[in-house]
Design a protein around this ligand. Structure first.
Ligand SMILES: CC(C)(COP(=O)(O)OP(=O)(O)OC[C@H]1O[C@@H](n2cnc3c(N)ncnc32)[C@H](O)[C@@H]1OP(=O)(O)O)[C@@H](O)C(=O)NCCC(=O)NCCS
Length: 184
């Protein structure tokens, strides 16, 4: 069983008004190490670097949520065009992935604000649909998406491969639902 570390985890924000101090902005290259969350996501270093390169060529946008004291506490990646056109076709449909908020900052509305940020950007560029894949076991995230207007449209086998920070390839299989929202 995996136990959450207690001693070195960030603590719950003492400032009840912490959310009003959070800024959501596009990622800069110097932010990439902060996405590794002190090692928990180090294995995704190359994946993040590839996504950052995609941002440089206009294929992806990465937003981070930054608190002046806590640093980067959330992220959402938005793929505008993909090889899988049913996920993102560069014109009508875009795809959200790698969306997460650090545990102490969840449940206060930041995730919903970041989702809205991605959707607002897409509306401004006349996209009509936003898609995402959510693990079938992740009921909490599914609830959030459903409340925000996303509907399940298909099953996703959830098979993908990635090179870790040492270049060793890993295969992942995480059955998921593909969800979609039509933007007004
Ligand atoms: C999914 C995730 C990004 C949501 O972020 P979040 O900041 O917790 O999202 P929100 O705070 O907007 O919404 C979460 C819950 O808090 C509630 N909430 C929002 N604002 C609130 C407030 N001011 N007071 C009390 N509760 C609030 C929401 O109603 C929601 O309730 P629910 O659990 O019944 O659905 C976050 O839980 C996460 O990082 N999870 C791990 C990674 C993950 O699963 N990512 C999604 C992959 S598809």
């Amino acid at each position: 069983m995996m136990m959450e570390a207690c001693c070195d985890s960030p603590s719950i924000p003492a400032d009840p008004d912490w959310l009003s101090r959070v800024i959501i902005r596009k990622i800069a290259k110097s932010d990439l190490p902060a996405l590794e969350w002190d090692g928990e996501y180090r294995h995704l270093r190359r994946v993040y670097a590839i996504s950052y390169q995609a941002q440089e060529t206009g294929r992806t946008i990465i937003w981070v949520a930054e608190h002046p004291d806590a640093g980067i506490i959330g992220q959402i990646f938005l793929q505008l065009i993909s090889d899988r056109l049913e996920l993102a076709d560069g014109i009508n449909r875009a795809h959200i992935y790698s969306f997460r908020i650090k545990a102490p900052y969840r449940g206060s509305g930041l995730g919903s604000i970041m989702l809205e940020k991605a959707e607002t950007c897409l509306r401004a560029d006349s996209f009509r649909y936003v898609t995402l894949n959510v693990a079938k076991a992740n009921h909490k995230a599914q609830r959030l998406y459903q409340r925000n207007g996303y509907q399940i449209i298909s099953h996703e086998p959830g098979r993908w491969s990635f090179p870790d920070d040492e270049g060793i390839w890993h295969d992942v299989e995480e059955p998921a639902w593909r969800m979609q929202k039509t933007l007004d």
